[in-house]
Design a protein around this ligand. Structure first.
Ligand code: BTN
Length: 262
């Protein structure tokens, strides 16, 4: 990452104006949370060329080889109640997908709640975490991992066939600095919008950009696995699934994995 270039491209008011950059960290989410409890400023971005213990959802790892992706976390201190924090993950997916599509000339889609897919393969993973006390949200950390230059042969065997990287798909030339600057700008706009008017319009954009709705899905929860059709998301960002017996259930992000079955 070329700092000078990034600084000249960054158009935000506060998001990313403080950047903590390292060659290698265990996990940028972990670093951001550690800085968060030490009063790190609103809008801090932690960026690393490589992570040696990148964290994924559901206790998985995240492959983050040196210089081959954008591995970063943003920390912000929104004026929401803690119950609203999960909505930030859908919001982040909208901002990231919009920026990628604009800068790279692709048509990435969001898989509920916040994976970003290209040609049905995973391009971006997002891991949101929060620090809260009863009734008080201290900060949210949104970790974003984008495969920009990972070659197919670099990916570990278990993800080789389901992961994709931007460098083979982009129809426009782009640099990582420009993509990061655009993502931070979109995200800043969305955070301010959510604070001002709530999440409804953002969720409307999410609906336009998702590939999950109106599809048959397999829901893999901790204690059961079932099939159904993804109908919509509710006001909290939960996925409404109509089971085969017609019963509608709400699926909470974080506890489940969903697979498209058509
Ligand atoms: C997923 O499982 O899909 C979420 C992956 C999130 C990966 C990113 S990379 C930057 C940040 N730091 C981490 O340790 N994880 C997130």
């Amino acid at each position: 990452m070329i700092h000078q270039k990034f600084n000249s491209l960054l158009k935000t008011k506060w998001l990313g104006q403080n950047l903590c950059y390292d060659e290698c960290v265990d996990s940028t989410n972990k670093v951001a949370k550690q800085l968060g409890v030490k009063n790190a400023p609103n809008g801090l971005v932690v960026l690393a060329e490589e992570q040696n213990a990148g964290k994924g959802r559901l206790g998985r790892g995240w492959f983050s080889p040196k210089g081959k992706g954008l591995w970063f976390s943003v920390l912000f201190r929104p004026k929401f109640v803690p119950e609203e924090a999960p909505k930030c993950t859908l919001m982040a997916a909208v901002a990231v997908a919009k920026a990628i599509n604009k800068i790279c000339g692709v048509d990435a889609k969001i898989k509920w709640p916040n994976d970003i897919l290209l040609n049905n393969k995973k391009l971006v993973g997002i891991l949101s975490e929060m620090n809260a006390e009863y009734g008080k949200l201290n900060f949210v950390v949104i970790g974003i991992g984008i495969n920009t230059n990972v070659d197919k042969s670099d990916f570990p065997d278990d993800v080789k066939d389901i992961a994709i990287s931007l460098h083979t798909e982009a129809t426009k030339e782009f640099g990582r600095e420009l993509l990061l600057a655009e993502i931070l700008q979109e995200l800043e706009i969305k955070i301010e919008q959510a604070e001002k008017e709530g999440f409804e319009n953002i969720f409307q954009e999410w609906r336009q950009m998702t590939c999950t709705l109106n599809k048959d899905v397999k829901v893999i929860a901790q204690d059961e696995t079932y099939f159904g059709r993804a109908i919509d998301i509710d006001a909290g960002g939960m996925l409404i699934v109509e089971r085969k017996d017609g019963k509608r259930v709400k699926v909470v992000a974080g506890d489940v994995s969903i697979r498209s079955v058509n």
